[in-house]
Design a protein around this ligand. Structure first.
Ligand SMILES: [Mg+2]
Length: 305
């Protein structure tokens, strides 16, 4: 059976500018076996070329731009498919600007069809301009729903979801959020994977560390969803969600043997997963969609406006 892999990056392949233990062996095994794989990220700031250079510096050389699919590319794909000839006013970084430019989507600060919000610094002037564009009829589109993104174990930065929420509050309009868990992100990532593989693989596995984006989107798109505990999710929180991962792994290291041999590894059902501790330490809503699909209340009230 031919398996294709969609792989989240932060918390799965690296954390705090360090490769996750076993990630190098995992990627090497994928390449050696000729398994099709694409890194799928909600970060709209970098270009695919930036990401290949970054992973090279971290110790994963030999990856090319075709191995990456970002929420910026997804946004440009979405607009070129659903609204050819549209114009945009953009709050975002190079990866988003380049993706839109590649699809020949023009910038328009006067009367754009869309205000597109991505990751990155949003000055007061740009927010005010975006606000005015929306009041004049522009639709509000965000590359991803992340309110905050991890920088280190202790530090976070604001994400595109937080910027979009600012404009939602100031204009009273609701944003549409692309990126994971939006099905359009998975739809286009699958298509890209099939192009790479020369046909749709028998099975597509999404590997991620975040329930609300990676696992939710994969399940809703009919994919296998492997949760790894090397990132943002603690095992004891998994049971709170209505949707559940197909497998729970300590990290991608658990998949190396399986990829190499084509046989499921015996480590996949580690007894460690039977001894969850009932403690939780989670920040307030990470994503704009948080709170819709959990069974238990969050430790903090959801964000209010
Ligand atoms: Mg992640």
């Amino acid at each position: 059976m031919k398996t294709g892999y969609l792989i989240d990056m932060d918390g799965v392949i690296y954390r705090e500018n360090q490769l996750v233990s076993g990630a190098r062996d995992f990627v090497r095994a994928l390449i050696a076996r000729g398994a099709p794989f694409i890194f799928v990220t909600n970060n709209s700031a970098p270009t695919p070329e930036d990401l290949s250079v970054r992973l090279g510096h971290l110790g994963l050389p030999g990856l090319s731009a075709r191995h990456f699919y970002t929420s910026a590319l997804n946004t440009a794909d979405f607009l070129s498919e659903t609204h050819p000839g549209c114009t945009v006013f953009v709050l975002g970084e190079g990866g988003l600007l380049a993706a839109l430019h590649e699809q020949k989507i023009a910038n328009d600060a006067i009367h754009p069809s869309y205000v597109v919000v991505g990751e990155g610094a949003a000055s007061w002037e740009k927010l005010a301009k975006a606000h005015s564009c929306i009041e004049r009829g522009a639709r509000l589109l965000a590359t991803n729903p992340d309110n905050w993104c991890p920088v280190s174990a202790e530090e976070t930065r604001p994400g595109a979801g937080a910027t979009a929420a600012f404009l939602e509050a100031s204009t009273g309009r609701r944003a549409y959020y692309l990126g994971k868990p939006n099905g359009y992100m998975f739809h286009r990532a699958r298509r890209k994977l099939a192009e790479m593989a020369g046909g749709t693989p028998d099975q597509i596995v999404m590997i991620g560390d975040t329930m609300e984006t990676d696992i939710r989107g994969a399940i809703e798109s009919g994919l296998c969803a492997y949760l790894v505990l090397s990132g943002s999710t603690q095992l004891e929180a998994v049971g709170d969600y209505v949707f559940q991962p197909t497998r729970v792994l300590q990290s991608v290291a658990d998949l190396v043997e399986e990829v190499q041999t084509g046989q499921p590894s015996s480590r996949l059902d580690s007894p460690v997963f039977q001894h969850a501790v009932a403690s939780r330490d989670r920040r307030g809503s990470r994503h704009r969609t948080d709170g819709e699909h959990v069974q238990k209340p969050h430790p903090r009230a959801p964000m209010t406006r």
